[in-house]
Design a protein around this ligand. Structure first.
Ligand SMILES: C[S@@+](CC[C@H](N)C(=O)[O-])C[C@H]1O[C@@H](n2cnc3c(N)ncnc32)[C@H](O)[C@@H]1O
Length: 194
């Protein structure tokens, strides 16, 4: 128990430090709560062999929930822009593929893996899209559409809880939307399908 609390405190401190360095890109002052992680993980693909692409894993709060709720570590691919966070996450989850890079280059990054990945069953995104221009968010959504399996899902959270769409996702069908109050700040999880 004490070990868990120390680990959580270390993650929170690290997150806050990265926020001071780059608030725009980090997008939040604290890692997501286990409740928000669980709300995202509800939408994991049924097929255990499907790959899941996580965008902006940070210190791994959502990652932890994805693995807890059944995602196989070797089916997880995550793209994190911050190299320090990416390195730490790779240490935590050695069998996962953690890429230090830009989510907007997901197509080239996935194709460039030693075993290239052409399709994923879900994209789980924590990217602070509201901090990016609409056109940029749309460009990312198009790339996500291309890589998602036909029944694949895009799961994105936002702190703009009154908004019922996610930035850039206009070409997707909204499947579900849920507010998670137990998070700092409260967040809305949007689930989309092609
Ligand atoms: C709001 S934090 C979420 C962190 C974690 N998933 C959580 O929920 O606690 C957003 C994360 O997205 C990352 N990020 C921002 N822009 C990115 C980009 N272009 N490509 C990949 N990651 C990015 C940030 O470094 C940060 O770790």
């Amino acid at each position: 128990m004490a070990k868990k609390i120390i680990a959580a405190l270390a993650d929170s401190t690290l997150f806050l430090r990265e926020w001071f360095v780059n608030p725009q890109r980090t997008g939040s002052v604290a890692p997501s709560s286990p409740q928000l992680g669980a709300a995202m993980a509800r939408w994991l693909p049924r097929d255990p062999k499907s790959y899941v692409l996580e965008l902006g894993p940070g210190t791994g709060a959502v990652t932890k929930a994805l693995l807890k709720y059944g995602l196989r570590e070797d089916r997880l691919i995550a793209i994190e822009h911050n190299p320090t966070l990416a390195r730490l996450l790779q240490k935590k989850y050695p069998r996962a593929t953690i890429i230090a890079g830009d989510a907007w280059e997901l197509d080239t990054l996935l194709a460039g893996l030693p075993e290239p990945v052409m399709a994923v069953g879900a994209v789980i995104s924590s990217l602070p899209l509201l901090n990016f221009p609409k056109q940029q968010a749309e460009a990312l959504a198009q790339k996500i559409r291309t890589v998602l399996e036909p029944r694949g899902r895009l799961v994105q959270y936002s702190y703009h809880i009154v908004k019922d769409r996610s930035r850039g996702a206009d070409d997707f069908r909204l499947l579900a939307s849920q507010i998670v109050w137990w998070n700092l700040p409260p967040a809305r999880v949007h689930v989309f399908q092609k």
